[in-house]
Write a protein that binds this ligand. Structure first.
Ligand code: G3P
Ligand code: MG
Length: 246
């Protein structure tokens, strides 16, 4: 297991604070901080010209006023889109942020971060490598180290090679057969599971193997309490304030 010690918070704002603000935007990250979250999670993928930007889907259709595959769009194409108005008029003018500008905002807000590497299909390794390299190069010394995560093992392997010192979490629905060998090979710090697929037995297996355990996406305080009882340390939430109120 990765020996780096990190103290995860009880709640991590999911894609910023999706319940209150457009996902994966600077406004969303500010909102999470306003609500009291001390950490945020967001998704990062590459534009056609290899710039890491914040986006969850393969296309920009759902979360902007444009359409098309991110993999076919340059940074300039992406920056022309409005990524806030679809959510509400109050967020009109939000854009798809680059990872670089997001790092600067996180520094200002003093937030901890889980950077989910979300490659567009076929770009798993290069996304892991480019994102990890940029984080290693640009992360301010004043900020605590981020944690990378990904559903794509290939992306985590590439991140591990490009920036071995930055801790990794393996993101999955739930652990499958032989998960421990793979987690060891990735030198993971944490395992991030879908809370719906977790039970106390699986949670104990993960904790007893020495990994931090995080669960997504938890919007109900009672459910969060049950997960904490099982040994989950941190939940990703669209409504961080609900978990903070426990
Ligand atoms: O990182 C936790 C969670 O964000 C994973 O699922 O689809 O919301 O990126 P998704
Ligand atoms: Mg995510």
């Amino acid at each position: 297991m990765n020996e780096m010690s990190i103290r995860f918070p009880r709640v991590i704002g999911h894609r910023g604070a999706v319940g209150h603000a457009p996902e994966n935007t600077l406004g969303g990250i500010r909102k999470a901080a306003e609500l009291g979250a001390t950490w945020v999670e967001f998704d990062v993928a590459l534009t056609k010209d290899d710039v890491p930007v914040l986006l969850h889907d393969e296309t920009v259709d759902r979360t902007t006023d444009g359409s098309g595959n991110l993999a076919d769009m340059t940074l300039q194409d992406v920056q022309a889109l409005d990524a806030g108005r679809w959510f509400s008029d109050a967020f009109a003018g939000e854009h798809i942020p680059t990872l670089s500008e997001t790092i600067r905002l996180l520094d200002t807000l003093g937030l901890g971060v889980n950077v989910e590497i979300k490659p567009t299909p076929g770009r798993e390794s290069e996304t892991g490598r480019i994102v990890a390299k940029q984080v290693a190069d640009e992360w301010p010394n004043s900020m605590r180290a981020p944690v990378f995560s990904s559903f794509q093992v290939e992306a985590l392997v590439a991140a591990q090679q490009a920036a071995p010192a930055i801790p990794r979490g393996w993101l999955m629905r739930r652990p499958g057969k032989g998960w421990q060998d793979q987690a060891r090979a990735l030198d993971c710090l944490s395992i991030h599971c879908n809370h719906r697929a977790l039970d106390s037995k699986i949670a104990s297996e993960i904790r007893n193997a020495g990994y931090h355990l995080l669960a997504y996406t938890v919007n109900d305080a009672k459910r969060a309490l049950k997960l904490f009882e099982w040994g989950v340390e941190s939940v990703f939430s669209d409504y961080p304030e609900r978990i903070l109120a426990i």
